[in-house]
Design a protein around this ligand. Sequence first.
Ligand SMILES: NC(=O)c1ccc[n+]([C@@H]2O[C@H](COP(=O)([O-])OP(=O)(O)OC[C@H]3O[C@@H](n4cnc5c(N)ncnc54)[C@H](O)[C@@H]3O)[C@@H](O)[C@H]2O)c1
Length: 129
Amino acid sequence: MIRTAIVGTGGIAGVCHVPALRAQAHRAEIVAAVDVDALRAEEFAAGHGIPAVHTDLHTMLREQRPDVVHLCTPPFLHAEQAVACLEAGAWVWCEKPVALSLAELDRVEAAEGPAFAGAVFQHRYGSGA
Ligand SMILES: NC(=O)c1ccc[n+]([C@@H]2O[C@H](COP(=O)([O-])OP(=O)(O)OC[C@H]3O[C@@H](n4cnc5c(N)ncnc54)[C@H](O)[C@@H]3O)[C@@H](O)[C@H]2O)c1
């Protein structure tokens, strides 16, 4: 089973990321939820049957050893958190925008290998684009 963790347990995490992961339940499990708001994380985990709750990304990475981390935090945190995940050997599925500048994106790219980061950018496939 692919061990996944969700970081940032706000709106998009519950509306999109949990259902997407549950649709892959034959091959992926959600092992941890992380939020700086402990109560929000606890309620999210309880509501979705997620066994572990953390308020710190680094502690979660150390203790849970996820294969994939979904970053659903505010944009200013994405690059820094993506680098932390990649350095811990976890692949990253990051909400948009993955970075706030090309310099930040360079830092994410530099941290890739053997794990890699991808970003949610679903509207690129929409009719408007
Ligand atoms: N793909 C889409 O269509 C789509 C739609 C909505 C939001 N988004 C993106 O999703 C991301 C989150 O948006 P949202 O609407 O869910 O926001 P939100 O404010 O509802 O949730 C963000 C959560 O991150 C938590 N958080 C803040 N700092 C943290 C930290 N250091 N560690 C762990 N958790 C932390 C907050 O406490 C909050 O619970 C944003 O990047 C946004 O652009 C994408």
